[in-house]
Design a protein around this ligand. Structure first.
Ligand SMILES: [Zn+2]
Length: 346
């Protein structure tokens, strides 16, 4: 009898272990109405949030993040918070979030006075900035600045490599072949803001690759792929800077050849007609999703209504990408009940 019970225990334990080992990678694009909040949950159930949305609105964005983390992904804590740059729509939610959930580690592009002189941080956060004070307090003793080429150490097989930080792009030890698309590259006037200094991070699981460039702007996007490609092909592209056309350099997007693009625009922010047009012109893109219908433009300047998560400006619906444990394929779904579209990784 004891022997049977022991065998059953082992069988049950083995069953649990194999169910856990079969988990894949989940990426949730959480609606922050023109802010950024992308939650990644690794096969080992480690959680990484890239940007924390806006402050205010009764902590709307922190509450939406915690809803997805706890109620959808069934996790109790946030292991990593990455802040791509120092703009309110990317780190404003930290104060509210830190009250609602335990945050393990903080990663950012550096803080003025700690990681470099104030001149390298044109948009702060200054010492008297309430959001900056809240960030410094929440992250004290738990934060690390990331430079280009650094990586975030994670359990398991998911890799997270920094492609750009503080206007520097990733250095490749061996020069790669010249990128012929650079012949058509154009330049914009220099961007003195923190957008140009955004972190850009590539996440890879097997053959699946996801690129999140925060709000990186045109000229640094070009540097990522010119004179040679430092990024490589990606499957999933977070449309940079909420879809504004001061970002989303077509030379970058053509070079990295994404299959799926997801834009974290708001009802009245981002989603520039020029960006929507550019995405339509990229042959590799099979589906371009938007978090919001752009209320300022017509149907011709929005994507297919079936690929828009929030037709109602009040929003709140997320987009979920679910990658198989081997990284060979993935599905994209609006919310928990939307139609799943399947794609093979490149
Ligand atoms: Zn932004």
């Amino acid at each position: 009898m004891i022997r049977i019970a022991a065998a059953l225990t082992i069988a049950l334990f083995a069953g649990t272990a194999s169910a856990q080992s079969e988990r894949g990678l989940d990426i949730y694009f959480i609606d922050a109405d023109g802010g950024a909040a992308t939650l990644i949950v690794t096969p080992e159930r480690e959680s990484i949030l890239i940007d924390s949305g806006w402050p205010g609105h009764d902590d709307r964005d922190p509450k939406r993040i915690v809803h997805v983390l706890k109620d959808v992904a069934k996790l109790e804590r946030l292991d990593h918070l990455v802040t791509t740059h120092w703009h309110t729509d990317h780190y404003g939610g930290v104060e509210g979030l830190s009250k609602l959930v335990t945050i393990g580690k903080f990663w950012d592009r550096g803080l003025p006075g700690i990681d470099g002189p104030a001149s390298e941080y044109p948009d702060g956060p200054k010492a008297d900035d309430p959001l900056g004070i809240a960030y410094r307090k929440a992250s004290e003793g738990k934060r690390k600045a990331l430079g280009a080429n650094d990586s975030i150490t994670l359990k398991g097989n998911l890799k997270a490599i920094v492609m750009a930080s503080g206007t520097e792009v990733r250095k490749i030890p061996k020069r790669r072949p010249a990128n012929p698309l650079c012949a058509e590259a154009t330049m914009h006037p220099d961007d003195p803001s923190d957008n140009a200094r955004s972190l850009a991070i590539k996440f890879s699981l097997g053959s699946f690759d996801f690129l999140d460039c925060g709000d990186l702007t045109w000229n640094i996007e070009k540097d990522l792929v010119c004179p040679f490609d430092r990024v490589g092909q990606v499957d999933l592209y977070q449309v940079t800077h909420h879809g504004l056309d001061s970002s989303n350099n077509s030379v970058l997007v053509k070079t990295i050849k994404p299959t799926v693009a997801i834009m974290n625009n708001g009802s009245k922010k981002g989603g520039s007609p020029a960006t929507v047009k550019m995405l339509r012109s990229i042959p590799s893109i099979k589906a371009a999703y938007q978090l919001h219908k752009n209320a300022k433009t017509g149907p011709e300047d929005n994507t297919d209504p079936a690929l828009i998560a929030n037709a109602d400006p009040k929003g709140g619906q997320f987009i979920h990408v679910s990658v198989t444990p081997d990284g060979k394929s993935y599905t994209v779904q609006i919310g928990e009940d939307g139609e799943k579209k399947s794609f093979a990784s490149n």
